[in-house]
Write a protein that binds this ligand. Structure first.
Ligand SMILES: [Fe+2]
Length: 344
């Protein structure tokens, strides 16, 4: 808002007042528009956007109060500051003006020095308000842009992983998608906010992204791991966390990758965290991941029946898993099975 471009609209039916104000604002190099009644004022603001309106109260036709009410009920003009000019010394009228959205009032007869000070103050406030509004708009736009970029990158990454796993001819592609869906469902039933549910659906499929750092002999080994191989395999959570721990990626993605093998009773890896020390998103993914592994057929094992899988998960409440999440999982088992069928 440049001071040379400021426009002030003066609305008054008294030519003497208009002349005084013309001189006052002319000296200040403001652009001044005049209207002699409320209707003309409303017509002018359809084409011009003044930075401030000085509005007389008693005018022929619609009075200043009604003019102000119409200005404030129109989205295009509601932000323009209005200062009432009134000979009415009655407090009731001043209060009415403020209630209608005016920012100030000037009592007639007009004192040029007072008008100038008040107008300058409100123009400065208006300028600051506009700057803050622009800044907020800009920041909101930046946040939206960043969020969209990160969501798109994550989705692309999930697709790459799914396709890579399909090339490997494993069921992992569908596995990671199902883990995302189970995790989102459990989070929702547990009462997590909508935004949490949305994010866990997006990031849970990346829980094992760190496996790209493991050698094939570990990844494709059909039997049990030796102790050395097990140590090596555990590193996938560290690899995953470093891949997803970069600035700009939601911390939830990092937490899921790093902590999804922690156990409620502190016997998990890689930090040995216990109970609520383990981030909720990782506790949820732990159940989703293990459940899907139990009921899925792999090269080295058959799929377990649902009832057997349920029993194993129930037994691990308070040991491997958060007992409250186990309860939510078992209570909603029908829907979990429906999700499994949908994504198999
Ligand atoms: Fe894992």
């Amino acid at each position: 808002m440049n001071i040379d471009e400021l426009i002030i609209l003066v609305v008054d039916d008294n030519p003497a007042n208009l002349n005084i104000l013309f001189d006052v604002f002319g000296d200040m190099q403001y652009d001044v528009l005049f209207a002699s009644d409320g209707e003309s004022c409303l017509e002018i603001v359809e084409h011009e956007k003044p930075d401030l309106i000085l509005l007389d109260v008693m005018m022929p036709g619609i009075d200043g109060f009604e003019t102000c009410r119409r200005l404030k009920s129109n989205q295009a003009t509601q932000d323009i500051p209005v200062i009432f000019m009134t000979a009415l010394a009655d407090t009731v009228d001043k209060v009415r003006g403020f209630e209608l959205g005016a920012v100030d009032y000037i009592t007639k007869p007009i004192q040029p020095a007072e008008v100038l000070v008040r107008v300058k103050t409100h123009l400065t406030m208006r300028k600051m308000y506009t700057m803050l509004e622009d800044r907020e708009k800009h920041l909101r736009h930046l946040v939206e842009e960043k969020t969209l970029t990160i969501s798109n990158i994550t989705l692309a990454l999930v697709n790459v992983l799914e396709n890579a796993n399909k090339l490997n001819d494993t069921d992992t592609g569908n596995h990671i998608k199902r883990v995302g869906e189970y995790a989102a469902f459990i989070a929702e039933k547990y009462g997590c906010p909508h935004d949490f549910v949305k994010r866990i659906r997006l990031y849970a499929p990346l829980h094992d992204v760190g496996k790209v750092g493991l050698p094939d002999k570990i990844l494709q080994k059909p039997g049990l791991y030796t102790s050395e191989e097990f140590d090596q395999m555990q590193q996938h959570v560290v690899f995953g966390a470093s891949l997803l721990g970069i600035e700009g990626i939601d911390e939830m993605a990092h937490n899921i990758a790093l902590y999804h093998h922690e156990r409620w009773n502190a016997t998990g890896y890689v930090r040995g965290l216990a109970g609520a020390e383990i981030p909720l998103e990782a506790r949820i993914v732990a159940i989703a991941d293990v459940y899907d592994a139990l009921v899925s057929k792999r090269a080295y094992k058959d799929a377990l029946p649902e009832a057997v899988a349920d029993e194993k998960i129930r037994e691990e409440a308070g040991k491997h898993f958060d007992p409250e999440l186990v309860a939510v999982f078992l209570q909603n088992k029908k829907e979990i099975i429906a999700i499994k069928q949908l994504f198999s």
